[in-house]
Design a protein around this ligand. Structure first.
Ligand SMILES: [Zn+2]
Length: 114
């Protein structure tokens, strides 16, 4: 399983995970639209916070079940724990070191109506 590292913009928050990236996901819910998120699915137990756990802030909305994390210093969305499947996280694809985002197929999901 390939290992990836990722970070926010200021570098305070660094995290890592092991997953095979077959696709990127874009969601049309109101939050993903505003943060312009393109995401990678990662099992929650594979995701490790390497640095800056204390810098991470969280945001809940709607049903309050999903947990959306962002860096409290630079404000960049890092990842979130999903509402429908809490065992899965979605990671901000643009936080991943060295990922060629343009080379990976993009799937649109209809989060707005779920
Ligand atoms: Zn930051």
């Amino acid at each position: 399983m390939p290992g990836y590292s990722a970070s926010c913009h200021c570098g305070a928050v660094r995290f890592a995970f092991d997953v095979r990236i077959d696709e990127l996901v874009r969601c049309n819910c109101s939050l993903c639209t505003k943060r312009n998120a393109v995401m990678v699915s990662v099992p929650r137990d594979s995701l490790r916070i390497v640095a800056g756990e204390e810098a991470l802030k969280s945001y809940r909305w709607n049903t309050g079940h999903a947990l959306h994390y962002f860096c409290g210093t630079c404000g960049v969305y890092t990842f979130h724990q999903r509402r429908i499947d809490p065992a899965m996280c979605s990671v901000n694809a643009f936080c991943i070191d060295g990922l060629d985002v343009d080379a990976i197929p993009l799937r649109e999901v209809d989060g707005r109506s779920r």
